[in-house]
Design a protein around this ligand. Structure first.
Ligand code: B1M
Length: 486
């Protein structure tokens, strides 16, 4: 497997980008498949066995699948248990498979907390196999201070898939293992010390004012209606034009630099990637692989302190739902409720909610392509679906602004929209201004989501399928993104 080791080295040196790693893995897989018929069984023995899973409540597939592709093409026998995997299922699989390592993935902070619970369950079951953890919202600090603290065996944090491979390689190589353990333990002890110091620091001091200075007298736009608007099949080509290229090409495919500039400079790598993405999008459009489903609704509302009160459109005296948001402890002391007219104003304001998805069927098809060794296509489909869901959110948000009577100036371009150059703000539960993921349940009730479109909430309040976005839209001209915890 020296070939893929070389790929790993190049990748770590930033010489290869994700898309190229996947293509190399495809070539490698095809070559190995061909050579296997001529090889002795002992020649094909795996470097090690790794169980991989996305934790309970979490539907995140794309990151875990990248890890699977990288590991399996570097000689590991990977047992991928899929998404939303309960600790008991993992424990059963560990007993049956006797792996060298267990890999846990997850997208959200809640999933990082689920990793702690999983480690506790492992410990109670007497499991000590090393755990490798990774995911967008996970940090080394959380791993060292919260997950490792609950476990008897070693816990390794991987910042990306190649780092995960490097850690697995060092663990299975007995000559490197003692050094890896020593370093991990030393890093952990240092991290625990730093974390203790940070916990002692005051977290921000309230300055006596209870509310921000956000204006309370801006003229209110009138919601066009309070009906439930269902989008059964959104215009996919137009939605694709709202995909943020820096996310799709940069974050998911690993391209460094601005796509438009690189294409203008005729950069070969950018041109190839652009062609691959365009071809995949055309295939999706021709075969109708993705379906853009959405639901949105304006609702009457008012605010009271940190509460956002949602009323029944048929009877504005009847409270339908209350959302409570955190307020910044210092500084501007912003709270999302400040963007809405207060109860004592005598006026009724409006807010919009929506849920969009592009995810139906994506998991099954990307898995089929992955199993067939078509790694780049499998990854591209998932990446286009998840970034397409964000693009769809952008598209619906623009429609909402138009229908609310607060359209963007006619000269506004899509790149400007992607930089939030419009009136108001769109936030999603789980964002720093409204971190309570459990509020997803209230939003789902208000829009009757599950009955109308193919999206369900998991027991971790995540939306299944993965390529889904929920949001809350405020029209206030001063509304902006902020963190409520600083
Ligand atoms: Co959202 N999202 N998102 N999102 N998203 C985050 C994670 C968030 C930090 C953004 C933020 O608030 N600033 C926030 C989480 C905060 C929290 O938990 N409280 C967040 C939120 C809240 C949400 C929603 C809940 C918002 C909503 O709609 N209400 C929602 C959830 C979706 C759902 O329920 N189905 C949502 C949706 C989405 C999109 C669909 C639009 C999109 C795709 C998400 C996805 O990847 N599945 C998206 C994106 C793109 C992001 C950010 C910007 C990037 C995530 C990413 O890089 N994905 C992210 C903020 C950020 O990180 N800057 C954010 C690509 C994926 C390949 O990366 O999974 O990290 P990742 O995997 C990497 C490494 O982490 C590592 O290797 C992989 C490749 O190198 N790795 C491992 C992962 N697992 C590993 C396991 C290993 C080893 C390495 O060993 C076992």
């Amino acid at each position: 497997m020296a070939g893929m080791d070389e790929v790993g080295r190049l990748f770590n040196n930033n010489e290869l980008i994700v898309a190229e790693v996947l293509q190399s893995a495809e070539a490698m897989k095809a070559a190995v498949r061909h050579l296997e018929q001529f090889m002795e069984k002992s020649d094909t023995a795996a470097r090690g066995k790794i169980i991989l899973a996305t934790v309970k409540g979490d539907v995140h597939d794309i990151g875990k699948n990248l890890v699977e592709i990288i590991l399996s093409n570097n000689g590991y026998n990977v047992v991928n248990l899929g998404i939303k995997v309960q600790p008991e299922t993992l424990i059963e699989a560990i007993r049956k498979e006797r792996p060298d390592m267990v890999g846990l993935s997850g997208l959200l902070v809640k999933s990082a907390q689920q990793m702690v619970i999983t480690a506790q369950d492992f410990k109670s079951a007497g499991v000590t196999v090393p755990i490798l953890v990774g995911g967008a919202a996970l940090t080394k600090r959380f791993t060292d201070t919260k997950i490792a603290a609950e476990y008897t065996g070693p816990v390794f944090y991987a910042k990306d898939a190649m780092n995960g491979l490097d850690l697995a390689n060092r663990w299975v190589d007995e000559s490197q293992r003692p050094e890896l353990l020593k370093k991990t333990e030393a890093d952990r002890a240092a991290m625990v010390k730093i974390a203790e110091g940070m916990e002692k620091k005051p977290q921000g001091v309230a300055d006596g004012r209870s509310r921000s200075n956000v204006r309370r007298d801006v003229p209110l736009p009138k919601a066009p209606d309070f009906d439930l608007h269902q989008i059964e099949e959104g215009p996919l080509r137009e939605i694709f034009s709202f995909i943020n290229p820096s996310m799709l090409y940069g974050k998911h495919l690993g391209l460094k630099g601005n796509l438009e500039r690189l294409l203008a400079e005729k950069d070969e790598r950018a041109e190839k990637l652009y062609a691959a993405v365009t071809a995949m999008q055309e295939e999706i459009l021709a075969k109708r692989t993705l379906k853009a489903q959405g639901i949105y609704r304006y609702l009457p509302c008012r605010s009271r302190g940190e509460d956002l009160l949602i009323y029944d459109p048929a009877d504005p005296t009847r409270l339908l739902e209350t959302f409570t948001f955190p307020r910044q402890p210092a500084g501007e002391r912003l709270c999302l409720s400040d963007y809405v007219r207060e109860t004592d104003s005598g006026e009724i304001d409006s807010v919009a909610f929506f849920v969009v998805t592009l995810g139906r069927g994506v998991r099954a098809l990307s898995q089929q392509w992955k199993e067939a060794g078509e790694y780049l296509r499998s990854h591209l489909l998932q990446a286009i679906a998840i970034e397409g869901a964000e693009g769809f959110a952008e598209w619906v948000h623009r429609k909402i602004r138009n229908d609310w009577g607060i359209p963007d100036p006619p000269e506004t371009t899509i790149p400007e929209v992607l930089k939030n150059k419009y009136r108001g703000v769109r936030v999603s539960f789980g964002y720093p201004a409204c971190p309570n993921m459990a509020d997803q349940r209230k939003l789902f009730r208000l829009l009757d989501v599950t009955a109308k479109i193919d999206v369900e909430l998991t027991d971790g309040d995540m939306m299944d399928p993965e390529a889904s976005v929920s949001a809350l839209v405020f029209h206030h001209p001063e509304a902006k993104y902020f963190r409520a915890d600083t």
